[in-house]
Design a protein around this ligand. Structure first.
Ligand code: CXF
Ligand code: ZN
Length: 361
């Protein structure tokens, strides 16, 4: 089959090949024919070493498709089912799954670093984050797929699988934004726009979007931001809108030390600071010992929007069905797998792209 292969970490291009195979389907695994996948910033982070990934590998992790084969012990999915994938398959039995934290289940995630599920000849090829959706087919644990109704377009289901879950979940599950609150969102890519939509759903009164790319400001407002400013305008906006008290909730959706620090600085005393951006393991952020207690802020990490995929994917799709979550509007461009390198380069260049979706014939 056709797939886009990351030969080495540090490569800026994927190699399009048509001789990639999946491993055989294990007893509790399924084979999925990928029908749509988003191009997420974390795919670039896998390529450049910001996030851990193994090479040779197939990246792409925000996908949806159709089950074409199911192992004999798979009982909740069948051939023909439409599914949205997840890069954190909940095993259902570990301490995190039983404790109501299925987004922190490490069972399948650790296994994915040991079990390559693609092959080129005899060479094992790893799937990124246990997925690898820049391929026509992939094999995943059945726990890593959530059934969606047949009438949900694959591209809509794909969006839910990473960016929308991560962003809306950060606002609703992690921060628990309260009605009437003031919210600041730093970074307006696909995840930032999803945080904005989540804050709007939660009933925030003001939502201020921050991004250096002025072209993204109108986009942010379209999805619910009440104001949009550049980082340089933030101090003045804090003075005008909050009398320098800061916002109730601030979200870093970049993952850089400067933006995390800015999220902290712009939260009010007693406010909530949420780190959504996926930063480097060696990037350090400084806080004084005094401000950590004196400002009484809640500093929260948000991984995968605190997702309980079996609860949240259906909820997000219900919100989309009822017109309260705009997912169609998040699709900036549709491309083919053959165009993936151009798509990655466009994302790297940082234009006003919410999501590019790779669709498969
Ligand atoms: C990432 C987190 C690390 C694994 C891949 C997905 N999240 C969002 O893109
Ligand atoms: Zn992602």
């Amino acid at each position: 089959m056709k797939a886009a292969v990351l030969n080495q970490i540090g490569d800026t291009k994927l190699e399009l090949r048509d001789d990639v195979r999946t491993t055989d389907v294990g007893p509790r695994e399924i084979r999925v024919r990928v029908r749509a996948t988003g191009v997420c910033h974390s795919d670039l982070s896998a390529m450049d070493g910001t996030l851990p990934a193994l090479a040779p590998g197939i990246i792409g992790h925000e996908g949806a498709g159709e089950v074409v084969e199911a192992g004999p012990q798979v009982d909740h999915l069948a051939v023909g089912d439409h599914v949205a994938l997840t890069f954190v398959p909940p095993c259902g039995t570990c301490v995190n799954c039983r404790g109501g934290r299925p987004h922190l289940c490490a069972i399948h995630s650790i296994a994915a670093f040991m079990n390559p599920r693609f092959l080129i000849g005899d060479t094992p090829v790893f799937g990124y984050a246990g997925t690898g959706t820049f391929a026509e087919e992939l094999v995943v644990p059945a726990d890593g797929a959530v059934k969606v109704a047949d009438d949900v377009p694959f591209e809509i289901a794909a969006l839910v699988a990473c960016g929308v879950m991560t962003g809306v979940g950060a606002a609703i599950n992690t921060a628990k934004v309260s009605p009437g609150a003031s919210v600041l969102v730093i970074g307006c890519g696909g995840v930032g726009i999803s945080v904005i939509q989540g804050a709007r759903l939660a009933g925030a009164a003001t939502i201020v979007a921050v991004d250096p790319v002025v072209g993204k400001h109108e986009t942010a407002k379209h999805f619910g931001a009440t104001h949009a400013v550049t980082p340089e305008q933030l101090a003045e906006t804090n003075a005008t809108l909050t009398e320098n008290q800061g916002w109730d909730y601030t979200f870093d959706v970049v993952g850089a030390p400067a933006t995390i620090r800015s999220a902290w600085d712009n939260a009010r005393r007693g406010g909530t600071v949420v780190v959504v951006g996926a930063g480097r393991g060696d990037a350090m952020v400084s806080f004084s010992a005094q401000e950590l207690f004196l400002h009484d802020k809640r500093l929260l990490g948000s991984f995968y929007g605190g997702a309980d995929v079996h609860r949240d994917y259906p909820r997000l799709l219900s919100l989309w069905r009822s017109g309260r979550l705009d997912l169609e509007g998040m699709i900036s461009k549709r491309i083919t797998l053959d165009e993936i390198n151009d798509g990655l380069q466009a994302l790297r260049a940082g234009g006003n792209l919410i999501r590019q979706i790779v669709t498969f014939g």
